[in-house]
Design a protein around this ligand. Structure first.
Ligand code: GLC
Length: 742
């Protein structure tokens, strides 16, 4: 017996050794192959490998012939290492053929694209997906996007965008996961796993975590604007989602346009080298944002493009997206010893490493399968997945028993410009999403209740000031049993360079809502928007409100399923809804201040013309059923700094529908060596409860959820009392306390 055991142990250990040797030798061979390639490169080829240019006309596989010829020549001369916006098996194969068959060193190209929430099967915008609080669904969304993009020749997506955003004026809030660091970290991990999976497969693509860092903290919510935050805020609020993405295996980062406390990210060695590589041991590469190296001149940190190239390379930017600073200046710099050639070689090594990891040296045409392009895109399964994620992204903000609507209702008036829009539901950064593939809300309703008389009136445009359509809308409202009124923004009113100075409904939409309300008919408002909106009048007067964001191609079907009760809404807000833009920035995990705001008490921190609270708090979302929370039970009320405890609570479905609930765990450090937020999300569990069912939900609480950067910027747990909050949103929680001993 013992002999047999010894033999099997021996066999196992030899196998492990062989595998680890294989992996080691593979990595070793990469490194040695990379070294030999670098040793053969001319200075111009070195600079070219760090150069990324945009092909195509921005978004489509369409490219002007003269551009194609010029770009192929650059590839042949080794002056381009990567393209963005080169889309399609045919075009990418054409470029790759020049690179690996006609250029001198035959180094394969890397093809990147912004695949943010779908490639052709457009999923809900990321802020909507974050509302699902469902990392499994979000990972699947990224997985499908990756498979579709990879089938069309794309190796690399400039996603996930993991910028924390506390200012709804900032249009790019739509591209991220909202205001919370923990939720943002969970979503970052899910998206990286979804995009990258196992890079040996030609159905996975390289992720690119952006925009590093703190891009969402732009003053005034104005895109590209100055960011001036403390190192503590940088590390506690903005960096963790990037670290979560890195821990999930992300192989590239994109530095952001903005400065942080005087140093633009594209020249920020503290960020790109000391933290990213020194503290976090990142071994992939950093790509600049579009011309962000060149913009060091506009920042007035570089005197000219030469200076910008030197600053960026020294900071740790490996690949230059579209500023041409590297390809134009590095050879001269090296000859004049103005930069260390070792830094250039290291940047090349990082890029070649990723090309090796992607398998492009073994098979440069790995992503050029014309059959995959025909079968993997916009498939039935992909559309079903898009519907599933869209269902889960919808947040019920209010419901005074109008929803769900009975399917035998006789007549419905559908009103509003967004109800019949094919393009807006795609939202921003929709890649090859096609409006013709979008199911509008009007189409979804007609499909859901074919026997019902469904009438439509636009009422007004999204952003215009004409009220000419009001009468037609009022007429059909009066002649119908119920009104479904869509309000919100144009799909392109959020995303890059789309900051708004207000967050009210654009145009005359609120006036339309007031006229429809006067008809006395039951009204359901369906919001379609890419940022929190201040909808105080709607919130106070309209009986039912659904927040649907921009849900992608399955928008109309998903909303119709919720409206008629075939899906019980379970989304929760990933971002606070202010009452007015005057409250901004307003977020749940704020500090106490020395005079915490108290209603009607003058000398406390508040506005005297507004209530203290937001319109809707972070984590808020209703259901067609009702959940009752019991008392928090703690496994102990005292732990050591390295100890742990369990907090549990019974949650009961006391309503008439089966439903999902996101049970949220928040923690507060009562007294500490620096001020701490009034509470912070430290965990959540999404549970399904059948009507009448009760489940006990348990959370482990330990060091990582209690630690913070103390006054010496050391990450640790301080003794003292802590509060535990568990509930249905950041304001509506049960409480308990425990102590951490010395
Ligand atoms: C942009 C965006 C970035 C995007 C890049 C490539 O300006 O800031 O998010 O990935 O260009 O399109």
């Amino acid at each position: 017996m013992l002999k047999t055991l010894n033999n099997s142990f021996l066999l196992i250990s030899i196998t492990i050794l062989l595998f680890s040797h294989k992996a080691y030798s593979q990595a070793k061979s990469y490194e040695s192959q990379t070294d030999s390639i670098i040793s053969l490169m001319t200075l111009e080829e070195k600079a070219g490998q760090l150069n990324q240019i945009s092909s195509g006309l921005g978004w489509g596989p369409v490219i002007k012939q003269e551009d194609l010829a010029e770009q192929k020549l650059l590839v042949k001369e080794g002056r381009v290492g990567s393209f963005l916006n080169a889309i399609g098996v045919n075009l990418t194969r054409e470029f790759q053929k020049v690179a690996v068959e006609e250029s001198r060193l035959k180094i394969p190209l890397l093809f990147g694209l912004d695949v943010i929430h779908g490639f052709k099967t457009t999923f809900p915008i990321p802020l909507a997906e974050a509302s699902s609080w469902d990392p499994v669904a979000v990972e699947k969304s990224a997985r499908i996007a990756a498979k579709e993009a990879a089938s069309s020749g794309i190796h690399w997506t400039f996603a996930p965008m993991v910028d924390i955003a506390r200012d709804p004026r900032w249009g790019r809030i739509a591209e991220g996961s909202g205001e919370d660091t923990y939720l943002g970290s969970v979503m970052a991990e899910a998206r990286v796993k979804g995009f990258q999976g196992n890079l040996n497969s030609a159905e996975n693509i390289i992720a690119c975590v952006k925009h590093f860092a703190a891009y969402g903290a732009a003053e005034g919510g104005r895109d590209y604007n100055t960011v001036d935050i403390s190192d503590r805020t940088l590390r506690e609020v903005y960096l963790p989602p990037f670290k979560a993405a890195l821990d999930a295996g992300a192989r590239t980062f994109m530095c952001s346009f903005n400065e942080i406390a005087g140093v633009p990210s594209s020249a920020n060695r503290y960020l790109l080298t000391d933290i990213l590589r020194g503290e976090w041991n990142f071994t992939g590469f950093v790509v600049s944002d579009w011309n962000s190296i060149g913009e060091l001149v506009q920042h007035r940190m570089a005197a000219d493009l030469k200076d910008a190239a030197r600053l960026a390379l020294n900071a740790g930017v490996d690949m230059d997206m579209e500023s041409r600073a590297y390809v134009a200046n590095l050879p001269e710099f090296i000859k004049q010893n103005k930069i260390n050639i070792k830094d250039v070689d290291e940047a090349i090594r990082r890029i070649l490493r990723i090309k090796f990891e992607l398998g492009l040296f073994d098979n440069p045409y790995k992503y050029c399968n014309i059959e995959s392009e025909k079968t993997n895109i916009l498939s039935k399964e992909n559309k079903e997945a898009a519907l599933d994620v869209a269902h889960k992204s919808i947040v019920l903000l209010k419901n005074n028993n109008v929803l769900p609507i009975r399917k035998d209702i006789k007549s419905i008036a559908v009103i509003g410009p967004l109800a019949n829009s094919k393009s807006d539901p795609l939202g921003c950064w929709a890649a090859l999403g096609n409006p013709n593939d979008v199911v509008t809300l009007l189409e979804g309703i007609k499909h859901k209740v074919p026997e019902t008389k469904v009438r439509y009136a636009m009422g007004c445009s999204i952003n215009g000031d004409s009220k000419e359509g009001f009468n037609e809308a009022i007429k059909i409202a009066k002649e119908s049993d119920i009104v479904i009124l869509t309000l919100g923004e144009e799909g392109n009113m959020t995303g890059e360079a789309s900051s708004r100075s207000t967050i009210v409904l654009p145009g005359v939409q609120e006036d339309l809502a007031k006229e429809i309300y006067k008809t006395g008919k039951p009204v359901v408002v369906v919001l379609m928007n890419g940022r929190p909106l201040s909808i105080q009048w709607i919130s106070e007067n309209v009986p039912s409100i659904l927040e649907t964001w921009f849900l992608g191609i399955q928008s109309g079907n998903a909303i119709a399923d919720v409206l008629f009760g075939d899906f019980n809404p379970c989304g929760k807000l990933p971002v606070t809804f202010p009452r007015t833009v005057g409250q901004v920035p307003i977020y749940y995990n704020h500090k106490s201040t020395g005079r915490p705001g108290i209603a009607f008490v003058k000398f406390t921190s508040k506005y005297f013309d507004l209530p203290l609270t937001p319109l809707y708090p972070f984590g808020f979302g209703l259901s067609y059923t009702k959940f009752d929370y019991g008392k928090i039970e703690l496994s102990t009320v005292q732990i050591s700094p390295d100890g742990k405890l369990t907090a549990s609570i019974d949650v009961k479905n006391i309503g008439n529908y089966d439903g999902e609930e996101v049970v949220q765990l928040y923690i507060r450090d009562d007294v500490a060596s620096v001020t701490r937020p009034v509470k912070e999300l430290k965990g959540f569990k999404k549970i399904l409860l059948k009507k009448g069912e009760t489940k006990k939900v348990e959370f482990e609480i330990e060091k990582d959820q209690l630690a913070f950067y103390n006054k010496d910027m050391k990450w640790n747990v301080e003794p003292g009392t802590f509060k535990v909050f568990i509930g249905t949103n950041s304001e509506d929680c049960k409480e308990a306390s425990f102590k951490v001993t010395d």
